[in-house]
Design a protein around this ligand. Structure first.
Ligand code: FAD
Ligand code: SF4
Length: 517
């Protein structure tokens, strides 16, 4: 793109790296003849946490493919590759440069998805009054304004009631004003453990093209010390590929998605999950379109109701709900620390080098794929961090760095709220804490572990067992009155003081070993 002023440019439209769709409000309302689209790969964006190499490569390659898609559609695009213009570090630099170079009368953009960028844009707007036009992000089904109104009326907001409202508003799986099948939620049918003998589909994989290969070279060179393995790189990087990957999921995995949603297996990284969150979060897939496709698959008899409802609930329920919580609580949400804990994140979260087999497997897979499914994130890495009392900010920054789908608006509520209970119960109704028993029931990790999941205390006992009961004991005042913790505290009350002393001793020994490692 020439840096000379173009007289016909009246508007510069900034497109962020997670807004890769021509349907984004900043583009759908603009005139290609008088608009210049601005996109940039920026050092500040690539380094605010030490992102997984695959995540950086995915975003840069998808951005470059999107710039090509826009040019094909007739847009003029100024695209700045990483390192091409060393003075461009942040989006504020890019916007200052655009004002000076192209002299537009207006800068247009769709609201950024993350608080830190919203703050940057607000500060820029304050310096350049009347120039910046910020539009709502219409990719989400629920506006932040509507969510705040809904939240405001409730003492104890719960996702389930929000979800029912979203079902009514979208008319997905509805029979008049009643849910199809008579029930809103089939989660109880979605908790089977998986057998290694089932046939598991592998997500559709793509060979890197010339654009991606150039990006892989860049990431190999510039980000060689970052977390994770870059090769093999198989993600979809454009809309067509992402849509094929989704269609493949619908036909090959969705029928059993519901049944095995909570299962974990050492040898199977993806089970029947869709592996689409990274495509959805940057705009290669559209939330409502994919939910409608799943609804059609159900009505055509291709998938059972527990699978279709379970999938749609994750998208129009959880995904929209965590976004609403994020925007209603930021920036104070970042400071939440209900259990007042401050242990550093164990170094093996970066290496996977631990003899706790479940953790080593989940972290090893995260290093290789920049992916772990929900129960691995919640009940293995998240559960362990909560049981040992990791500072919520440290575990938040880890999740934000290591997954290809990680953006603060979706990651932070899932981490701080759902997995660490650091918000004291705003997002979830109870802490997702468990002993080794749950992990053994839902996975085959324990059969290859040096620890014995059936032993409760001592050097060979599964650490999740004594850590869980220590957590229950330590947080009695905070949690005992929580109705969903009644069962745990009934057992704790019956535990003898000798047993409690043994639990405390095993916990102390384990944590001392961990802290000195
Ligand atoms: P599937 O299991 O196939 O589910 C389908 C889709 O539903 C997902 O692609 C996703 O878009 C949506 N979804 C499911 N659960 C959630 C949820 N709890 N919140 C929001 N959307 C959901 N998801 C992210 O997109 N980005 C994150 O950074 C992220 N961080 C997380 C951190 C923790 C500690 C936990 C417990 C969960 C996190 N999640 C995050 C939610 C969830 O784990 C991922 O969306 C899911 O694992 C992605 O894999 P999938 O596409 O195969 O999902
Ligand atoms: Fe994890 Fe404990 Fe099972 Fe080992 S025994 S895999 S540490 S749950």
């Amino acid at each position: 793109m020439s840096s000379k002023q173009s007289p016909s440019i009246s508007t510069v439209t900034l497109v962020f790296g997670d807004q890769l769709t021509p349907a984004i409000s900043s583009l759908s309302d603009s005139d290609p003849d008088s608009t210049l689209v601005l996109m940039a790969e920026l050092p500040a964006e690539a380094s605010y946490v030490p992102h997984h190499k695959k995540k950086i490569a995915f975003v840069f390659s998808a951005m470059r493919h999107f710039a090509e898609e826009l040019r094909t559609l007739g847009w003029r695009v100024a695209y700045y590759e990483l390192g091409e213009t060393p003075h461009l570090n942040t989006f504020a630099d890019v916007l200052e440069m655009a004002l000076a170079t192209f002299e537009p009368s207006q800068i247009r953009l769709t609201e950024p998805a993350e608080y830190r960028l919203r703050k940057l844009i607000d500060e820029f707007s304050d310096h350049h009054a009347g120039v910046v036009d910020v539009l709502e992000d219409s990719r989400f089904l629920c506006s932040t304004e509507w969510f705040n109104g809904w939240l405001g009326k409730r003492k104890q907001p719960r996702m389930e009631y929000f979800y029912r409202e979203m079902r009514r508003q979208t008319d997905l799986l509805m029979d008049g004003d009643k849910p199809v099948g008579g029930k809103w939620n089939y989660d109880a049918a979605n908790r089977s453990a998986a057998s290694p003998d089932l046939v598991y589909p592998v997500p559709l994989q793509f060979s890197p093209d010339d654009i991606t290969n150039k990006v892989l070279e860049l990431v190999d060179g510039e980000f060689q010390d970052n977390f994770g393995e870059l090769h093999p790189f198989w993600f979809a990087v454009d809309r067509e590929q992402a849509e094929s990957a989704f269609e493949y999921f619908v036909t090959d995995a969705l029928p059993l998605f519901g049944d095995y949603q909570d299962a974990m297996l050492s040898e199977q990284r993806f089970l029947f999950h869709s592996v689409i969150s990274h495509y959805l979060n940057i705009g290669l897939l559209d939330a409502l379109t994919i939910c409608k496709r799943v609804e059609v698959a159900y009505f055509d008899g291709l998938v059972p109701l527990n699978a279709a409802e379970g999938f749609i609930r994750q998208i129009i329920g959880w995904r929209e709900y965590v976004r609403g919580i994020y925007w209603s609580q930021m920036p104070a949400y970042l400071d939440q620390n209900y259990f007042n804990v401050k242990r550093s994140l164990p170094s093996f979260y970066w290496s996977g080098d631990t003899d706790l087999h479940c953790l080593s497997k989940c972290i090893g897979q995260t290093r290789q794929e920049a992916y772990a499914h929900h129960i691995q994130r919640l009940m293995i890495t998240g559960n362990f961090a909560m049981l040992i009392g990791v500072d919520p900010i440290e575990i938040h920054e880890w999740y934000l760095a290591v997954y290809a789908d990680a953006y603060e608006w979706v990651e932070l509520p899932n981490t701080l709220g759902m997995s660490q209970f650091a918000d004291g119960g705003l997002l979830g109704s109870k802490p997702y804490a468990s002993s080794g028993n749950y992990i053994n029931k839902m996975s085959n990790y324990c059969s290859n572990c040096r620890y014995n999941v059936r032993e409760k205390v001592g050097d060979d006992a599964c650490p999740f067992n004594y850590l869980y009961w220590s957590f229950i004991g330590k947080n009695e005042k905070r949690l005992k009155n929580n109705a969903r913790m009644k069962f745990a505290y009934r057992t704790w009350d019956k535990t003898t003081s000798d047993k409690k002393a043994e639990i405390a001793k095993s916990t102390r020994k384990f944590l001392t070993g961990l802290d000195s490692a």
